[in-house]
Design a protein around this ligand. Sequence first.
Ligand code: PLP
Length: 395
Amino acid sequence: MFESIALAAPDPILGLTDAFRADARPEKINLTIGVYRDAEGQTPILECVKAAERLLLESEKTKGYLGIEGLPEFLRLASDLALGDLVPASRVAAVQTPGGTGALKVAGDFLAANLRGSRVWTSTPTWPNHTSVFETAGVATESYPYLSADRKSLDLSGMLETLERDGRIGDVVCLHACCHNPTGIDPTRQQWAEIAELLASRGMLPLIDFAYHGFGEGLLEDRVGIQEISKQHQEFMVCSSYSKNFGLYSERVGALLSVCSTDQAATHVSSRLKQSVRSNYSNPPRHGGAIVATILGSSELRSQWEQELAAMRGRIHEMRTRFVEGMASTNCGVDYSFLLDQRGMFSFSGLNAMQVDWLRSERGIYIVGSGRINVAGITPSNLSILTAAIAEATS
Ligand code: PLP
């Protein structure tokens, strides 16, 4: 039965990581996968995470199953972190999920089962897994323009016009709360208000992917989109991930927060989310959620976390600035200062597929085909090699 099964296409980004590992050149640089790296090129365990794990090692009494929805304390704190007092807790149906991807999948299952006929609109471009996750859940996807033709700014009018013209009542619009992946381009507060208004007037449901909370401007600042949406929408969904901001990639911890218009609706929605969880993975893993809850629940660990998060954000920002300065000093003739308006780990560099290929084959510099750069992969020691190679590739 298995012999006739064709090979699946490799994941475009993870495939590049395999090629990077196999590359023997000592000066190779990996700017592909969306993982934070420090100045030494490592993905460290945060000190606050180590401290929380020490506490858990002493205090944890069981490895028994969690409830289907996850750790209650984690859910309360996760909801508070993403939503603050924008909506009353009683109107939020929340489940702990294996990463942000798990939250998106549970959301997709919920939409497929309970809002039949709704389509999910994703930005062009977007994180490629969005389409796969929603379609695997059985939800049709559509796309709206996001990036302007100059590939440097948000195409707000294209986005709004498409959604107004082609969107239907009950459709769902997937938005990146901050640090848009892959472009690094986020709406301003005013633009968020316009997006919120259009979706409200068309009866469309916002589904906000919150994978980089704290990587943009700060914990409160990065919530601006959610704040504007909450002013005009009684119902919306948030998929939070703690992979990046807590460095808990492999612990798989995330949360799906469904904001409902009444307490009763929240109870009903919660029961439906739990149906999806039960049939996907039964209940979430304990450890990652317990780490996040321990940190957010302790004023000392929380302030340590906020400092460590600010340091990650600061390093990315510094590398982005130094990259732009470095490119200017090569006199390559291309002005990269537009990168300074982008936020988070990613930047659309403007490099084309041929230049990306050349950088990989000739210089061992790995960049995604779209020209997306993981700025966190730049370090003080690889910066000059990188800028010189890009100047050569583009001249
Ligand atoms: N959403 C976006 C936009 C992402 O970039 C990522 C991860 O790269 C995720 C969701 C998924 O995050 P997680 O690793 O927590 O599943």
